[in-house]
Design a protein around this ligand. Structure first.
Ligand code: PXL
Length: 295
């Protein structure tokens, strides 16, 4: 009998320099015991956060042929995990691929990579926002940051959003299709610069929150690291709050490992220094619940 190893179709770009997208998705999921089957959406010389003049090749035509080949081979995926897409045409391709794989009941994780800190990424526009709104309707779980959540909902980006408004945003995003919504970089009232990750599951109706330690540095690619650990953890059978806890702890640890070194932030976190900790014992203790529970 073949050993059970979850197989993940990882639909992201390959940005050569800068430690984001497939360059972090592959090592993280492999370390956590999943087989990664990459489907590059574009190849770049670097990511677009802080570099000028990068080379960019759109791979829509290649994606179409690769998906056709996988379908002919009848490859079964336990998880479909998409991130940065290069064009609205790719949204259609990913949607059709999810529909085709539906018979295998995959965990569909969509990270609607569009923007951060109130600003669209260089290659993104409102057509991509419209495409992502459509795509998340096919997801089991989505992981927008606060800026992406605002864009998906057509709301203004407000870094000081209160708890009740955040809960309403989570519910409204879940109404767009996904069973689970996770918002990263969410404000935590009354705790100064501390941010948090908040989550809602439409079936259980439970809300969760994991506070994040504030470190005064912004490294590109940390969203990709977060969602990759979350996906790996869920595929290992962890519950949602445990998977959230592990993801926040790993990103925090990676930033701490990097922050003391003096190098350009755009080079990304020092993933190589912390990757092996994904195989260490799981230490829980950060997650909180935001709803009233019965005893
Ligand atoms: O980490 C998100 C991301 C993915 N892919 C590319 C990016 C970014 C963020 O800047 O530029 C190409």
């Amino acid at each position: 009998m073949a050993p059970y190893i979850p197989r993940v179709a990882a639909i992201h770009d390959l940005s050569g320099f800068g430690r984001n997208s497939l360059s972090v998705v592959i090592p993280i999921l492999s370390t956590m015991g999943s087989q990664v089957v990459p489907l590059p959406t574009a190849v770049l010389s670097t990511h677009t956060g802080g570099f000028e003049g990068y080379a960019f090749e759109d791979l829509t035509g290649f994606m179409e042929k690769a998906i056709l080949h996988w379908n002919q081979l009848d490859i079964r995926f336990h998880c479909i995990y998409s991130g940065f897409l290069g064009s609205p045409a790719q949204v259609e391709l990913v949607q059709d691929f999810i529909t085709y794989q539906q018979k295998n009941d995959p965990l569909v994780v969509i990270d609607p990579v569009l923007a951060d800190n109130g600003k669209l990424y260089a290659t993104m526009d409102m057509d991509m926002v419209t495409g992502m709104r459509q795509l998340i309707g096919h997801a089991g779980i989505i992981t927008p940051n606060l800026t992406e959540a605002a864009l998906l909902l057509g709301e203004e980006y407000r870094p000081d959003l209160g708890e009740e408004a955040l809960k309403s945003w989570l519910q409204r995003l879940a109404d767009m299709g996904p069973e689970t919504v996770v918002i990263t970089s969410a404000p935590l009232d009354s705790r100064g610069k501390v941010t948090s990750v908040v989550a809602f599951n439409r079936k259980s109706r439970h809300f969760w929150r994991v506070p994040c330690v504030y470190i005064p540095a912004n490294y590109p690619g940390t969203g990709d690291v977060f969602t990759s650990v979350l996906t790996g953890s869920l595929l290992q059978g962890d519950s949602l709050p445990v998977a959230l806890d592990r993801s926040v702890q790993f990103v925090t640890q990676a930033i701490r490992a990097s922050y003391g070194f003096d190098y350009p932030r755009r080079n990304g976190i020092l993933l190589e220094r912390v990757l092996s900790s994904l195989n260490g014992p799981v230490l829980l203790g950060s997650y909180e619940w935001l709803d009233e529970r019965e005893e």
